[in-house]
Ligand binder design. Structure first.
Ligand SMILES: *Cc1c(COP(=O)(O)O)cnc(C)c1O
Length: 737
């Protein structure tokens, strides 16, 4: 088992033996310590540090989106000291500070043993979004949460690693539903002073800014530093003097605006990101492009090598591709960014001059057929052409991607198209409920969490007393219901629906009923409405007296996705229907916080996309950690995860050319698995009231899946199969799990 200094067993913090000793912890000293903790997102995956902030002021903590920087602003050092004495926080604060300092000062063995070839040259990981915590709204959904989890595990494993993204002044929208259940989008300015940002400084100690030449003027950006454990995340921000007014707003919103906005954002992320690293004095050994948004980046690296080392374009391209890793996430052709030649020339023209290549040569890099003038410039194609190693994000998605891009390698048979796969995983400490974590700490071997990316760590789950596991799960379920009721009553109040409605919202859902969660982007292929396919059959399950079922939904639709918004409307408006009221609820404004509550408390997590459109999916992996069971189409990660005894499958993984037929068959399969397997197993209780068979499945799910779909396993795979060989170390095949 590898030794990763992470998540040590939860020792109780030392007892408070004395109140303040003079000189040791003056109010300002204490205040500075709290500021220090709040400025590294390390706190966000340490429950004991979170609870410390919460104890300072539980109500404001919630109102401020769990943002410790904003919270501390409301305290003077004296008031903080008073509150700390009142709540007996001194030793907890000191203990947390010591642990963070130790964490930053140590080099975990795993990284030290496995990444020697990288030396002082880190992996530079580029992503358009990072989902690190609800208080940092620079993510929209799955891709961002994946990047955030990747960074956190890279920190935990001790891999030399920096990350590059954009700072969005407003981020993604906040979702409210109006009286008609229709999604309204609200954009809020992020208060920079309340975000864990500091100006990134170059070797000369001065804040770094970068500039990019385009055919119609220069584009400027400043660079922020975010500390995520041992990893530095750099965010480019175009809101600087010198930029035209419209460029100052360029990085305002995530996935907003038109093609022009997009190409300019991507120019900033890719080319600007490489320039920022140079200005910071960082020389990466490997470039990892997480999705096509950053795929202009390697062109700038190629230019650097030509400029500084006098290489030819072709030699430089070959060397840069050797060091570049590309991950594709999109299983549908329409989902890949494409730009027409005019936009490309306007933005890449000056760089093209420096590279000494023609317009046609540049465009050829983004086309499947380089000479085909009708083809637009595709970011995925350029990503594939400029990287020696490329991967999809699940086994099934690997097959889909090889087929989709086979024409890029016309001389190869499909199985030999050089796109492998590394299945996504989740950062365990970020998604694991504290109560479940305590149970694991008691039963797993000491230091289990250092090996959480390997199977051994989790096997003792089978030794846990079934009653204890069940009780812990039910405690979490009850916390979820409290959360949902509070959110729903708040939603009613905001819509000014009157006290009766608010009161009704406080009483929705039944703590004893089988609770099914469904939270994801409301893209139509995810089919949030599938459960309504046959109303009578569904109602029979919802209405059952002995064996009732209930649903909790959440999710945003892209602002331009009208059909997605109608799906939301249909589900949300069920609350006005007697037959569904109190049994099917919709929680607004799905984000990391809502997600965390849901994945920690549901009995079953439902996932019914139209196969094979879900590249991986990760939300169900978070459910595994907390003892929930997955019920899913055999798509994305579940196609390789399901073994017949660790959850439930909808259908048998077949597809039909007609969506209509597929939907009907999948709905049938969903009803069958609910009626024949899920409901009977959940309600089959022994004399102690325990669903023995169900609990056994929970244990199977944890022991077979938690390690495999952890971000630690994922980052270890990336390291061995991609980072090390890209840096010139021994090659190793993509793992086949
Ligand atoms: C985990 C997560 C996702 C990704 O989940 P999918 O299974 O890909 O839908 C999206 N949004 C949030 C807030 C998450 O926490």
């Amino acid at each position: 088992m590898s030794q990763v200094e992470e998540m040590p067993r939860q020792e109780p913090p030392p007892q408070e033996t004395h109140s303040l000793t003079a000189g040791e912890s003056s109010p300002t000293d204490l205040y500075d310590k709290c500021i220090f903790l709040s400025r590294n997102l390390w706190w966000s995956w340490h429950p004991e540090v979170i609870s410390l902030f919460r104890d300072l002021d539980p109500i404001r903590w919630r109102q401020l989106d769990h943002n410790p920087i904003a919270l501390l602003k409301e305290f003077t050092p004296e008031r903080l000291a008073n509150r700390a004495s009142e709540m007996v926080l001194y030793s907890r604060i000191n203990y947390a500070v010591r642990r963070l300092k130790e964490y930053l000062a140590t080099k975990p063995n795993w990284g030290a043993t496995n990444t020697g070839v990288l030396g002082a040259k880190p992996v530079a990981y580029f992503s358009a979004e990072f989902g690190l915590h609800e208080s940092m709204p620079i993510y929209s959904g799955g891709l961002g949460v994946l990047s955030g989890d990747h960074v956190k595990s890279a920190s935990g494993l001790g891999i030399p690693f920096v990350a590059i993204g954009l700072f969005y002044g407003q981020g993604y929208f906040r979702q409210h539903l109006d009286e008609d259940g229709y999604q309204r989008e609200e954009y809020q300015d992020t208060k920079v002073e309340n975000a864990p940002l500091e100006p990134a400084r170059g070797p000369d100690g001065k804040p770094v800014t970068i500039q990019i030449d385009t055919r119609n003027g220069q584009l400027f950006a400043k660079v922020w530093l975010v500390r995520v454990g041992r990893v530095q995340l750099y965010l480019l921000d175009s809101n600087v003097e010198g930029n035209k007014p419209e460029d100052r707003e360029l990085t305002n919103r995530l996935y907003g605006g038109d093609e022009r906005t997009r190409i300019r954002q991507e120019l900033l992320l890719g080319v600007g990101g490489v320039k920022a690293l140079r200005a910071l004095g960082i020389t990466p050994g490997v470039y990892h492009l997480n999705e096509g948004h950053s795929a202009f980046g390697p062109l700038e690296v190629i230019r650097e090598r030509m400029h500084y080392e006098g290489m030819t374009f072709d030699d430089s391209l070959r060397e840069v591709a050797q060091r570049t890793v590309f991950t594709t996430h999109t299983p549908v052709p329409a989902g890949h960014d494409r730009f027409d030649g005019t936009l490309v020339e306007e933005h890449l023209g000056p760089l093209r001059d420096a590279l000494g290549i023609s317009y046609e040569q540049l465009m050829g890099l983004g086309r499947v057929e380089a000479q085909n003038g009708d083809e637009t410039f595709c970011m995925t194609v350029v990503g594939l052409k400029l990287s020696r190693r490329a991967n999809a994000v699940s086994n099934l998605h690997g097959h889909v991607s090889r087929r989709m891009w086979a024409h890029l390698w016309p001389w190869r048979v499909e199985e030999e198209v050089p796109i492998g796969h590394i299945t996504n995983g989740v950062h365990v400490p970020s998604w694991l409920a504290w109560q479940m974590r305590q149970l694991y700490d008691r039963h797993f071997s000491p230091g289990w969490s250092s090996g959480m990316g390997e199977p051994g760590a989790w096997q003792n789950i089978h030794q846990v007393d079934p009653g204890e596991l069940w009780e812990t799960h039910n405690a979490l379920k009850s916390l979820l219901l409290t959360f949902v009721r509070r959110r729903l009553s708040r939603q009613c109040r905001r819509r000014e629906e009157g006290e009766d409605a608010v009161e009704a919202a406080r009483n929705v859902l039944d703590p004893n009923a089988l609770t099914i969660g469904f939270a994801r982007r409301f893209a139509t292929y995810k089919r949030a409405n599938l459960f309504l396919f046959d109303l009578q059959r569904m109602l029979a399950m919802l209405d059952s007296r002995e064996r009732p079922v209930q649903f909790i939904f959440a999710g945003k639709a892209h602002p331009k996705d009208e059909p997605g918004k109608q799906f939301i409307q249909r589900v949300a408006n069920l609350r006005h229907d007697e037959r569904f009221a109190k049994k099917v609820v919709f929680v607004e404004d799905y984000d990391i916080n809502v997600g965390r509550h849901l994945v920690q408390g549901v009995d079953v997590w439902l996932n019914n996309p139209r196969r094979p459109l879900e590249a991986s999916g990760t939300s169900g992996q978070k459910v595994v950690l907390n003892g929930g069971l997955n019920c899913s189409i055999l798509d994305g990660w579940w196609a390789e995860a399901y073994d017949g005894a660790n959850g439930f499958a909808i259908g048998n993984g077949t597809q039909h050319v007609s969506d209509e037929i597929t939907d009907r068959r999948d709905a049938e399969a969903l009803y069958s698995v609910l009626e024949e397997q899920i409901i009977p197993t959940f309600y089959d209780r022994d004399v102690d009231g325990l669903p023995r068979k169900w609990i056994k499945m929970m244990m199977n799910s944890i022991s077979t899946l938690a390690w495999r779909f952890s971000a630690h396993r994922m980052v270890m795979d990336y390291t061995r199969a991609c980072y090390v060989p890209a840096a010139g170390g021994l090659s190793c095949d993509m793992p086949d799990i």
